[in-house]
Design a protein around this ligand. Sequence first.
Ligand SMILES: [Zn+2]
Ligand SMILES: [Zn+2]
Length: 121
Amino acid sequence: MDGSVWWLIPVVLIGGGRLSEVGRRALVTRHQRKLELRKADEQKQLAVDAANRPPEPVCGCTHHLAKHDRTGKCHETVEAPIAWDAERKPLRYESRPCNCQQYIGPEPLGMVFAQEITDRP
Ligand SMILES: [Zn+2]
Ligand SMILES: [Zn+2]
């Protein structure tokens, strides 16, 4: 027995352990990179979707196109202050019809002001 191979055992143990550690770290890094790539892809897709989507048909009165009738009058109600305190802060509100007379905003593509749908008595 000259014992010349004994030194190999710690080297293999330490070396092997370090290798597996390095391998594991590489795997984790690759996994993270994949996740980041996927996230970037999703964000790109979201941006593309947003660019392709027609603008929200919201009127200047902040109400949706659907709240306006054929003549363009808005039928949404708004909270209007009816009482103020000494500092002119509104104390009480009252529901009033929005006084918007005409829808002003983006027209949704491929949709003429839907007469059949919004036909009211
Ligand atoms: Zn309006
Ligand atoms: Zn309105």
